[in-house]
Write a protein that binds this ligand. Structure first.
Ligand SMILES: *Cc1c(COP(=O)(O)O)cnc(C)c1O
Length: 452
């Protein structure tokens, strides 16, 4: 199995190479050169232990790994999740389920991708003997999950930009209270998109990227996407046979990584009727799936900050399949989008996607409703998903973060403050961060100085 760029440039590369590069050299995103069919026994068996399923699935793509090294990777990555199912499915009503993706170390679904990524980096450093500098931007959860996956690992320094004041206190503490010397959390004045733009610009400077041996962790990394595909299969396997028809996966969405991971495994044969993209008031994707127009606006800070995104980077991967792998067309569309800040996709086919949106008021109302109807506490991101429940379908809402990460919003909605022991402990530690001006020159200089 090889990986190719959505923009058609460069040579096909192996899984390890696609992982190490993050962004393809032509600025495109890596996708598998073909999609294997899911083995049918995966679809009829009952749920297998999570690491075993991850091993089965990832082995189809990481064909440059032998089965022992793959088993070691998935064991290290998922062995210590607090729930032995890793991604347990909770039934909330007869046709409403919550797929809890917050039992990893930083209490959000991003641990699934980034625990694996941390271990892949470790493997790469051992193999090549070369240190690396991980560089990324976060809207809150990516940074904490990446940092947790890499803190104190040999041969790697981690630089994460985040929009100051726009992530929750506990997210910030998960990044800044690690006491690890290889971790550099960088608050900038601006939005997540500003941070991501700087990262893309510096990563696009290939000379600089090579000189500092920069690697990405943001959700464009194909290893993260594939790691996330696994829990869609895991969710399916936890449903009873009767519930397996007519599935509506409802996915709180920002960068389009999570929902794309599900759609990809659907293309491989996982029977799914619909993917509902749930956005907050930053509703570029809601509009896109309803009109075929992709219009950039300004980021509007919401109570679901990990989805405060306008440029949904992973959408390019869907576009690649939408355009039937016509990479020239993808190049043209991405260039127009970059230039005009908007794109009208001609003959737009939304596949089996649909979309809903929630503003802050609706998010609070949905948290209240989940408590009243299901006696269940949802975090503000998951609350957006509540808007996508269809009484005619088996609804599986992806619970992307623990409510404990957003205590203030939960308190406001239902008067309760969720607690979590790990998070309480963090509050006692000192915050260490490195404020830098939000320009690519300033960030470039900081990296030059602190890279390993
Ligand atoms: C990152 C994140 C999202 C958005 O996921 P994407 O893959 O960027 O679409 C939703 N909810 C939470 C809690 C997140 O951390």
């Amino acid at each position: 199995m090889n990986f190719v760029s959505t923009r058609g440039g460069g040579d096909p590369v192996s899984f390890s190479e696609a992982f190490a590069q993050g962004l393809a050299p032509d600025g495109g995103l890596y996708v598998p050169d073909h999609l294997p069919l899911l083995p049918t026994d995966l679809l009829i068996d009952d749920a297998e232990p999570y690491p075993v399923l991850a091993w089965d699935f990832l082995s189809m793509f990481a064909t440059d790994h032998d089965s022992d090294s793959m088993m070691e990777l998935v064991d290290k990555s998922y062995g210590d999740f607090s729930d032995t199912m890793s991604a347990p499915l909770q039934q909330l009503a007869f046709n409403v389920f919550s797929l809890e993706l917050f039992h990893g170390p930083t209490l959000a679904f991003k641990d699934f991708g980034l625990q694996l990524v941390g271990n892949l980096f470790e493997e790469q450093i051992k193999k090549t003997g070369e240190s690396i500098n991980v560089f990324g931007a976060t809207s809150g959860d990516t940074g904490s999950a990446a940092i947790h996956g890499l803190a104190d690992k040999e041969g790697v320094n981690v630089f994460i930009l985040y929009p100051e004041g726009r992530i929750s206190e506990l997210q910030e503490r998960q990044m800044t209270c690690t006491e690890a010397e290889n971790i550099f959390p960088i608050p900038i004045k601006g939005s997540f998109d500003d941070a991501q733009r700087i990262v893309k610009e510096l990563m696009g400077d290939l000379e600089f990227k090579e000189k500092l041996r920069l690697s990405a962790v943001n959700s464009i990394n194909i290893a993260r996407i594939l790691a996330q595909s696994v829990y869609y299969v895991h969710a399916y396997m936890q449903l009873s046979q009767d519930d397996r028809d007519n599935i509506n996966f409802i996915v709180p969405t920002g960068n389009f990584g999570n929902v794309f991971a599900g759609w990809l495994v659907n293309q491989m044969g996982l029977p799914v009727d619909r993917f509902t993209v749930a956005t907050n008031q930053n509703d570029i994707l809601f509009n896109l799936f309803n009109t075929g127009e992709y219009n950039l606006g300004d980021v509007s800070p919401s109570v679901a900050p990990s989805m405060d995104i306008q440029v949904a980077s992973n959408f390019e991967r869907f576009l690649y399949y939408h355009d039937e792998k016509d990479t020239d067309r993808v190049v043209d569309q991405m260039a127009r989008f970059k230039k005009d800040g908007k794109l009208k996709i001609s003959n737009f086919e939304r596949s089996n996607f649909s979309a809903v949106r929630c503003d802050d008021k609706e998010i609070l109302a949905n948290i209240k409703r989940a408590k009243a109807d299901y006696d269940y506490v949802v975090d503000p991101h998951t609350a957006c998903g509540m808007a996508g429940i269809d009484p005619e379908k088996t609804n599986v809402i992806l619970a992307t973060a623990s409510p404990a990460k957003f205590p203030d919003v939960i308190k406001k909605a239902i008067g309760e403050t969720p607690t979590n022991k790990t998070l309480e402990a963090l509050k006692k530690k000192e915050i260490v961060n490195y404020p830098v001006d939000a320009t690519s020159d300033a960030i470039r200089a900081f990296l030059e100085k602190n890279a390993i």
